[in-house]
Design a protein around this ligand. Structure first.
Ligand SMILES: [Zn+2]
Length: 132
């Protein structure tokens, strides 16, 4: 993988696999969010300098992921299984989950649920203020 050219798709894939926003990736690569977006959208060319930094980050990230991979399940698991849903991060605690509902973005931890409820209430209050 390291030898192949860095493409917009490859940048996007790393972000998707890690659940990073364009901003988060930009921070790791010491550039701006809009620069990442331009590279992904193909409106700017991927420079050699960027490609080198990107490959180094990618290598380090996948090496770490391979070391720490661990699955915790609420249910007994068969010896072999395929997971067809994409893992996502809880919006609050940032842990990884495969949620039972595709629209779910917060895990079932009581603390996360309470925080998500407070955020929703705050947003609702703010939008009510705007419309008045
Ligand atoms: Zn959570």
């Amino acid at each position: 993988m390291g030898r192949k050219a860095v493409t917009p798709t490859r940048i996007r894939q790393l972000r998707d696999a890690q659940g990073w926003s364009a901003y988060e990736l930009a921070c790791k690569l010491n550039c701006t969010r809009s620069y990442i977006k331009s590279l992904e959208g193909g409106s700017l060319p991927i420079t050699h300098r960027f490609a080198m930094r990107f490959v180094a980050l990618e290598r380090q990230t996948y090496a770490e992921a391979a070391r720490h991979k661990q699955i915790k399940s609420l249910y007994p698991l068969p010896r072999e299984l395929k997971i067809l849903a994409r893992p996502r991060r809880c919006r609050i605690c940032r842990e990884w989950f495969i949620f039972p509902h595709p629209q779910q973005r917060v895990c079932t931890d009581p603390q996360c649920c309470a925080t998500a409820r407070q955020l929703r209430a705050k947003r609702a209050r703010r939008s009510r203020k705007v419309t008045q």
